[in-house]
Design a protein around this ligand. Structure first.
Ligand SMILES: [Zn+2]
Length: 303
C-alpha cells in the first residue's frame, strides 16, 4: 500500500486522495468534508490545553493526609503515639519516597496549578500541643519534613496568659511564643482548629439553634481566630480542621464565605485533588495514626 501526498490548493476540485486499492477514493466534495473533520481533529489534538499556572486544568494528584495529635511516652488512647513511633514514620516516609507538604502546597496545586512532589503527603497535627512541638522541631529538621499544625486559638491565648503570669515554660498547649518559634523553623504550618469550638459539639449546631444564629456564631468564632492569628503572628489561616471531625451540611459553605480555601475532616479515606476544582479541597479525608503499630504496618495499610 502506498499513499499519495496531497497538494492543497485553493481549488478543491483539484484535490484527490488516492490509495493504491482506491477503496477510499474521495471525490472533491467528500474530500472537503473529510479533510474538515481531519483538520478539526488535528486542531483539537494540537491546541494547547487550558492551563492554570504550570498545570492543565483537570490534572489530579493523590494526597494522603495523616492525623496526629500528641506524642507521649506511654500513649493512653488512640490519639497519642510515642516519639519513637513518630520518628519512625518520618524515616519510613523518607525511605519510601514520600515528601511531606503543607496544606498551602495542596491549595496552591488546585488554585494556582503549582506542581506537587511525586509522592506528596500531609502530616497534620491537631490541637497545638506544646510538648509535641518541642520534641518535633529537631526531628522535622533532621528528616527534612514538615507538618501542618491546627491550633485552638482560645488555648493558645490561655496558656500565653498563664506563661506571662508564672515562671512555667512547659504548657499543655502552645503559647504564641511557641507558635512563632514553630513558624520560624520553616517546618510547621499553622492553621485553624477554631478559636473556641473544640467542645463536644465541635462546629455543630446547638439544640434549637436556627440557621441564622448558627451562621453568626460560627462566623464570629472564625473572625476571632483570624484576629488573634494576625495580631500575634501576622498570618492568615486558609484551612480549617474541624474539631472532632464534626461538620454540618452548611459548615463548608460558611467557612468558604469566611475566606477558607480548604477543610479537613476525619473520614479515613484517600484524597484525589484536581487543578481548578476548588470545592474538592473541602472536607478532605484523613487517616488517624494509632499507637502500638509499626510505621510499615500503618502506611502499607493505607498508601
Ligand atoms: Zn482537636
Amino acid at each position: 500500500m502506498s499513499t499519495q501526498i496531497y497538494k492543497l490548493t485553493n481549488n478543491v476540485s483539484l484535490l484527490k486522495a488516492n490509495r493504491v486499492d482506491n477503496k477510499y477514493y474521495l471525490s472533491g466534495g467528500m474530500f472537503v468534508k473529510n479533510i474538515f473533520v481531519i483538520l478539526m481533529a488535528l486542531a483539537m489534538l494540537t491546541a494547547p490545553l487550558e492551563t492554570l499556572g504550570g498545570l492543565p486544568i483537570g490534572a489530579t494528584a493523590e494526597v494522603p493526609i495523616i492525623m496526629y495529635h500528641a506524642l507521649e511516652d506511654n500513649p493512653s488512647n488512640r490519639w497519642e503515639i510515642t516519639v519513637a513511633e513518630f520518628e519512625s514514620d518520618l524515616q519510613w516516609l523518607s525511605e519510601n519516597g514520600y515528601t511531606a507538604v503543607f496544606m498551602q502546597d495542596v491549595i496552591d496545586f488546585v488554585h494556582l496549578g503549582k506542581p506537587l512532589p511525586e509522592k506528596p503527603i500531609v502530616l497534620s497535627f491537631d490541637d497545638g500541643r506544646q510538648p509535641a512541638i518541642d520534641i518535633m522541631l529537631p526531628m522535622l529538621e533532621a528528616h527534612d519534613s514538615r507538618i501542618t499544625m491546627a491550633i485552638i486559638g482560645a488555648m493558645t491565648d490561655k496558656y500565653t496568659q498563664i506563661a506571662m503570669e508564672s515562671n512555667r515554660t512547659q504548657h499543655p498547649h502552645m503559647t504564641w511564643d511557641c507558635v512563632r518559634k514553630a513558624i520560624a523553623s520553616g517546618r510547621v504550618e499553622i492553621q485553624s482548629h477554631t478559636y473556641d469550638l473544640h467542645g463536644a459539639r465541635g462546629v455543630g449546631k446547638k439544640n434549637g439553634e436556627d440557621l441564622c444564629a448558627y451562621k453568626a456564631r460560627l462566623l464570629g468564632d472564625l473572625e476571632k481566630f483570624a484576629q488573634v492569628l494576625v495580631d500575634n503572628v501576622g498570618l492568615v489561616s486558609n484551612c480549617l480542621t474541624y474539631p472532632l471531625g464534626i461538620l454540618t451540611e452548611v459548615s463548608d459553605e460558611i467557612i468558604r464565605d469566611a475566606g477558607y480555601l480548604a477543610s479537613l475532616s476525619c473520614y479515613e479515606k484517600p484524597n484525589t485533588i484536581t487543578v481548578g476544582d476548588y470545592n474538592g479541597l473541602f472536607a478532605l479525608n484523613r487517616y488517624l495514626r494509632p499507637p502500638h503499630k509499626s510505621s510499615e504496618s500503618f502506611f502499607r495499610g493505607i498508601l
